[in-house]
Each structure stands twice: as structure tokens, then as C-alpha cells.
Design a protein around this ligand. Structure first.
Ligand code: TMP
Length: 216
């Protein structure tokens, strides 16, 4: 890498999809793919990504007796996101490190907007306050039938607070993800997540290759 490129701002790539789409496996693939190109890469996730944000993650995901109203869930997601963006994402990108993040604000539109039925304008307002225009440079949306994903998620063992939701909840989540992909076709690339891992990763590599050709 030449001097100019090593000082350039890093790119911000996010991976999205309903549960059980194989995000973790594909996250590692994306990270390895970028590292093989000589890029400095940091993998992170939401909610979480800093010690304090990980505590908020536990609050959000652990099953508990006390109900968490959708608005509290939304605010906690953005509290965690503020910590993550200010303490990890912005500094990393500024230093030239590429960020590969498991979920970001698209998940809030899908889960709290679609799943929990909160008005999208609340999310847009918080997004404006917290992110100040910071958007991923590329979002890969892994998409397949909700039933397929939930089946895979159930095989992993005990279910967290979200995984316990009904299929209808995840159908609404998926619908919002797909709508966002349609209205942000440059940023959000839809990748079909059905089939073998190698087949899916070939599709992901094609998306990355196309972007890297433009960026590097
Ligand atoms: P995961 O890391 O296993 O995908 O779990 C995170 C859960 O949090 C997942 O069920 C989706 C949910 N989530 C939201 O509801 N809103 C958000 O903004 C984010 C980032 C995650």
C-alpha cells in the first residue's frame, strides 16, 4: 500500500440480516478477504463493541422478568451505538482502519421499527443526533426465508430475548430490511443467504470486489 492509501480514512462495512443467516461465519470471511488485500481491519458488533456498550447488550439480550418497553429498547440501542461510534468506530476510521460491523442502524429500523412497530421518525431523529450523517460505506444484507434462519438459530441452543419472538416479528423485520435495500440500492447490497457457505461467500466476494475496485 502506498503512503497516500495508508493515511486514507478506513471504510465502514456492515453486515445485516435476520437471525440464523450465518452472519458470524460471513463476518470472518469478509475480514479475512480484506486483510488479504493488505488492509487493516477491525471486526466489531452491535449492540456492543465497547466494554460499556457490551453491558448494554447484556441488558438488551438477556431474558428478564421486567418487560423492556420498545422505546426503552430503542434508546438503549442508541446509547450503546453512541459509545461504539464515538469510542471505537470514528477513531478507527480516522486512523485508516477498516471497520467490519455485525449490525448497525439498519437493524434498528428493521427490529425496533418493523419488529416492535415504533415510528421510523423516532429512529431517524436519534440517528441524526447520534450519527451526524455517519453512514456505512457498504452494507451487505444476507437474506433468506425467515423460517430457515429461525431453525438455524434454534439449533444454537438457548434463545435470547429477541430470538424468543414469534415468526411474524421476524417477517416484519425482514420486510423492513428488504424495503431499505430497495430504497438504498448503492449502499445496501442484497446477498441471497440460502445454499452452501462457499456459494454464499462467492456472492459476497463479488460485492466486495466491485467496491474494492472503486475504492482502492
Ligand atoms: P446478534 O448479535 O446475535 O445478531 O443479536 C443481536 C440482537 O439484537 C438481534 O436479535 C437483533 C437485535 N438488534 C436490534 O433489535 N436492534 C439493533 O439496532 C441492533 C444493532 C440489534
Amino acid at each position: 500500500m502506498n503512503q497516500r492509501k495508508s493515511r486514507a480514512r478506513g471504510k465502514f462495512i456492515t453486515l445485516e440480516g435476520v437471525e440464523g443467516m450465518g452472519k458470524s461465519t460471513h463476518l470472518n470471511f469478509i475480514s479475512a478477504y480484506l486483510k488479504a488485500r493488505g488492509l487493516r481491519v477491525q471486526v466489531t458488533r452491535e449492540p456492543g463493541g465497547t466494554p460499556a456498550a457490551d453491558e448494554i447488550r447484556a441488558l438488551l439480550l438477556n431474558n428478564r422478568r421486567e418487560p423492556i418497553p420498545p422505546m426503552a429498547e430503542l434508546l438503549l440501542m442508541f446509547a450503546a451505538r453512541t459509545l461504539h461510534v464515538e469510542n471505537v468506530i470514528r477513531p478507527a476510521l480516522a486512523s485508516g482502519t477498516w471497520i467490519v460491523c455485525d449490525r448497525f442502524t439498519d437493524a434498528t429500523y428493521a427490529y425496533q421499527g418493523g419488529g416492535r412497530k415504533l415510528a421510523a421518525r423516532h429512529i431517524t431523529d436519534l440517528e441524526r443526533m447520534v450519527l451526524k450523517g455517519q453512514q456505512p460505506d457498504l452494507t451487505i444484507l444476507l437474506d433468506a426465508d425467515v423460517e430457515l434462519g429461525l431453525e438455524r438459530a434454534k439449533q444454537r441452543g438457548s434463545l435470547d430475548r429477541f430470538e424468543r419472538e414469534q415468526t411474524a416479528f421476524f417477517r416484519r423485520v425482514r420486510r423492513v430490511y428488504l424495503a431499505r435495500a430497495r430504497s438504498n440500492p448503492r449502499r445496501i447490497k442484497l446477498v441471497r443467504a440460502a445454499g452452501g457457505i462457499a456459494e454464499i461467500q462467492t456472492r459476497i466476494a463479488q460485492v466486495l470486489e466491485q467496491r474494492l475496485a472503486a475504492w482502492l
